[in-house]
Design a binder for this molecule. Structure first.
Ligand SMILES: Cc1cc2nc3c(=O)[nH]c(=O)nc-3n(C[C@H](O)[C@H](O)[C@H](O)COP(=O)(O)OP(=O)(O)OC[C@H]3O[C@@H](n4cnc5c(N)ncnc54)[C@H](O)[C@@H]3O)c2cc1C
Length: 292
């Protein structure tokens, strides 16, 4: 592994990506890098740049479709060591980019911290959720972000504060390649009351989303003032299938994947949906799902 001499402890070659995404689809990453410290991340980034390797940042892989041909460059996963740290602060909680969102929600319940419960049932890491401004009817993560530690390709970390951050529907103004961690401002409440709300949101999600089948959440962004799911439903596409990929009967903005489904099946189904919705409603659906 000449390219990454000295970094063998954190770099693997030809690593299958399917097990690292919720869709469980896709080929291998040429290089898979798991830095445990900022220093290791800086070294890896410098090495990638010296060798003109494209870099992809992976969280929990809950919003991704990886191509069958895999990823030619380096996939960098911030999930180990200091990137998974969670600490309490005076006003809330600080978490590394790789901290698991589901566990963080439950930690907040235990600590009697309120504000995070709206993210119940959203699979992901802190980094992926901040990048996507994850959320929905019960609130977006951007509402509770106090500051975010980021790092660009120059490998120099810095902190961005709430006053200079903007969050909108599934997007932020953070342009830096890497989110290293974030601090959340939370309130105090009775753990039983917070838990009750978490349970209610969880039941709602279970009733409205196909959570027990391979998927990557909502595939398309809601067009302004419209629901992508309703448009897909109205175009008569619930249950529509291409190979192993099919539109959920429960929530038409979810594509589900049988074991063995190819990324090509999902991509073809995406095109079928787009064409049908455009024909029916003259609306072009944009992807929320990210394709690598
Ligand atoms: C069953 C299901 C339900 C879902 N429901 C919702 C929902 O209600 N609301 C919602 O918003 N989303 C939902 N999603 C989508 C998904 O949970 C979110 O998009 C989540 O934010 C993805 O986080 P992740 O860590 O898995 O990111 P990934 O899928 O790994 O990556 C997503 C994007 O974030 C970037 N990224 C990840 N980590 C970092 C980092 N440390 N630094 C910089 N960039 C990074 C990636 O490069 C990529 O661009 C759902 C998904 C599933 C499977």
């Amino acid at each position: 592994m000449k390219l990454f001499d000295g970094l063998e402890a954190i770099v693997e070659e030809d690593v299958p990506m399917a097990p690292r995404t919720s869709f469980q689809i896709g080929g291998a990453a040429k290089y898979f890098i798991t830095p445990r410290t900022v220093d290791e991340l800086q070294q890896a980034v410098t090495r990638c740049r010296e060798n003109d390797l494209a870099m992809y940042v992976l969280g929990k892989g809950s919003n991704l479709l990886v191509d069958d041909a895999g990823v030619k460059g380096a996939v960098i996963h911030l999930g180990q060591g200091e990137f998974a740290d969670v600490t309490m602060t005076e006003t809330g909680i600080r978490a590394g980019a790789g901290a698991d969102m589901g566990r963080l929600v439950l930690r907040c319940v235990r600590e009697g911290l309120s504000g995070m419960e709206g993210l119940t049932g959203i699979p992901g890491t802190v980094g992926g959720c901040v990048r996507m401004n994850a959320g929905g009817a019960f609130g977006d993560i951007g509402n509770i972000v106090e500051n975010v530690v980021v790092m660009g390709l120059d490998a120099q970390p810095f902190t961005r504060f709430r006053t200079d951050l903007a969050f909108a529907y599934r997007t932020t103004n953070i342009a830096s390649k890497f989110i290293l961690g974030a601090e959340f401002r939370l309130g105090h409440d009775d753990p039983h009351r917070i838990l009750k709300q978490v349970k209610q949101i969880w039941i709602y999600k279970k009733n409205t989303q196909p959570l027990n089948y391979r998927n990557a959440g909502c595939v398309f962004r809601n067009p302004r003032g419209l629901s992508a799911g309703a448009l897909i439903d109205r175009a008569g596409l619930k249950g529509k299938r291409v190979g192993g990929a099919f539109v959920s009967d429960k929530h038409a903005n979810f594509i589900l994947a049988d074991p063995g489904t190819k990324a090509a099946d999902v991509l073809k189904l995406i095109n079928v949906i787009r064409e049908a919705v455009y024909k029916q409603a003259e609306v072009y659906l944009e992807l929320e799902l990210e394709v690598w």
